[in-house]
Design a protein around this ligand. Sequence first.
Ligand code: P6P
Length: 337
Amino acid sequence: MADRSRTLGEFIIEKQEEFKYSSGELSRIMNAIRLAAKVVNYKVNKAGLVDITGAVGQINIQGEDQQKLDVYANDVFIKTLTNREIVCGIASEENDDFITVPGCDNSHSNKYVLLMDPLDGSSNIDVNVSVGTIFSVYKRISPIGSPVTKEDFLQPGTAQVAAGYVIYGTSTMLVYTTGHGVNGFTLNPAIGTFYLSHPNMTFAPDGKIYSINEGNYIHFHPGIKNYIKYCQSEEGDRPYTSRYIGSLVADVHRNMIKGGIYMYPKSSKSEKGKLRLLYECNPMAFIVEQAGGKATDGVTRILQLKPEELHERVPFICGSKNMVEKAEEFIAAAQNM
Ligand code: P6P
C-alpha cells in the first residue's frame, strides 16, 4: 500500500543521490516543475469560469491554433524555470526556437536543458477533458559557461536524465522518472501538496485496451490496419476494448495503470505521424520503458532515434510490451509482403 503521507518534496530529497551528475540542480528542477504544475492546475480547473479557454487567434509552429491555456502554461513553466536559474535553455512546443536562459553564457554554471509540451491535448480544453504537461531533461553537451546550442537539445532519448508529465484530470498527478523507476504523485488541492499515491508504476506485459484514432483508418498502412483487425477479432482474450481520449498523457497514463497500447502511427496523411519526438515521444518513451513497457516508431526504439530538428514528428507506438511487439510483427509482416 502506498505510503500516502510521503510528499513529493520529501521524495525528491530522499532520492537526491540517485540523480546522475546532480549537485542538487535536478532536485531544484523537479521543485520548479512542482510549483509550475500547481499554478497551471489552478487555471486549468478554473478554465470554464474565466475567459481563458478558447483560441488566442495565433498559430504556433505546429500550425495549430494556440489555445489561451497553452500560452499561459508555456509562460508559467518558462518563468518558473528561468527565475530560479536552474536550466541553461528551454525548448517548447509553443516556441519556434529554443530559449537561452539569461546569464547561461557566463554568470552561472547550470548544466541542464529542459524540453516541454506545456499543455498537451489542448484541443480538449474547451470540452473539459484531461490535458497534460510533458517534460524532458538532459545534461547539456556544450561547455558550461558557453551559450547553449541546438545540439544540447538534439540528443537521443537515451541521454535523458529525467522525464515526466502532469495530468490535469479528475485529479492532478505528477508522474516522473530519473531512470530509477516511475512514481506518481497526486495533488491534494486543499493544501497544495503532492503525495506519493502511485509508487513504482509498471506496465503489465499484456493488456486489453488499444488506443488509436480509428477515424484515420483508411489512411493507415496495411500493418496497422491488420493489427487493428487483430485487436477486434474474436480469438483468445480478444476483442480488446478501444479507448481513445485524444490526449496523449491521458491515454498513456490510463494504459500504464490498466495495461494497453497507444498508437499514433505514420499514415498516407502524415508519413511522420503527428507526435513530436523531442518533447512528447522521448519523455513518454523514457517513462514507458522505466515502467517495463516498450516504445517504438513501429520499427526502431524511440529512445535511440537521433533527432535532427526541434519540432520533428515521428510515428509513436507505446505501452504493454507484448502488445507493442505484436503490433511490430504485423507492421513487419506487411512490409515483407
Ligand atoms: P488526433 C493532442 O493534440 C495530441 O498531440 C496528443 O495529445 C493526442 O494523442 C493526439 O494529438 C490526438 O491527435 O489527430 O487523434 O486528434
